[in-house]
Design a protein around this ligand. Sequence first.
Ligand code: ATP
Ligand code: MG
Length: 218
Amino acid sequence: MPENIPNIDTSLFAHGIKNRLSFIRSRLQLMELEKGEKGAYDSIYRELDGINDSICRLISAPAGAGEKSTFNAKDVIYECVSEKMPQANLNGIKIICRTEDDLTIHAVKSGFRETVINLLQNAIEACPKEGGEIEVAGKTCGGKAEISVSDNGCGISEGNRKNIFKPFFTTKKSGSGIGLYSCRKFAEDSGGELTVAGNRTKGTKVTLILPVSQGRCP
Ligand SMILES: Nc1ncnc2c1ncn2[C@@H]1O[C@H](COP(=O)(O)OP(=O)(O)OP(=O)(O)O)[C@@H](O)[C@H]1O
Ligand SMILES: [Mg+2]
C-alpha cells in the first residue's frame, strides 16, 4: 500500500473514537445551553477537536472486532437513539423509533452499536436546518432482522451513490469517509448486508439486514 493512503483498520478504530468524542461534544453543548454558560467550555471543545484530529493517526486496531454474542438488537438501538437524542434536539431534529420487542441477533455487539451510531450520525448530518425527521425501525422479516434508519435530509445524488461505500469517500468538510464503509463491513462480517435507498429529493433510507438468531438472549 502506498505510504500516503491511510490504513483501513486504523481508520475504523479512529472512527469509533470520533463518534464518542462527538457524543461528549454534543452533551457539553447541551449543558452550556441549559446553564446559559455560553463560551464556558470553549477550551474543552478545542481539546476535543485536537484529540479528534490526532487520534485518527495514532491507533491501529479494527473497530467492531471481537466475539459475537446473542442479544436483543432493540435494546442497543434504543441506547444509541438516546445517546444521539441531545445532538438531534440541539438541531431541531425529531427521532422516532419503532422496533419489534424481540429482535434477537447474533453479531459483535460493539460493531452493531457502532453501525447504528454511524447511521444516526449520517442522518443527523443530512437533515435540513428546520423540520428534520429521522425514523429508526426494526422488524423481523423472512428469517432476517431488518433495521433501517430513514431521514428527510439532503439525499444522495446518483453520481455519489456509486462511491459512498468506498473508504475515504466523503462530501463533508470534516468527514473521514469511513462510516458507511465500516457499516457495510460489519454487515458482511455478520452474514448480512447493507443497502441504501432514496434520492436527492426524498431523503435517505439505509437498511441493515442481519440473520436472526435462533438462540435465546442470555
Ligand atoms: N443519510 C445520508 N444522507 C445523505 N448523504 C449521506 C447519508 N449517509 C451518507 N451520505 C453520503 O455518503 C458519504 C459517505 O458517508 P460516510 O458515513 O462513509 O462518511 P462521512 O459521513 O462523510 O464521514 P465519517 O467517516 O465521519 O462518517 C457522505 O459524505 C455523504 O455524502
Ligand atoms: Mg458518516
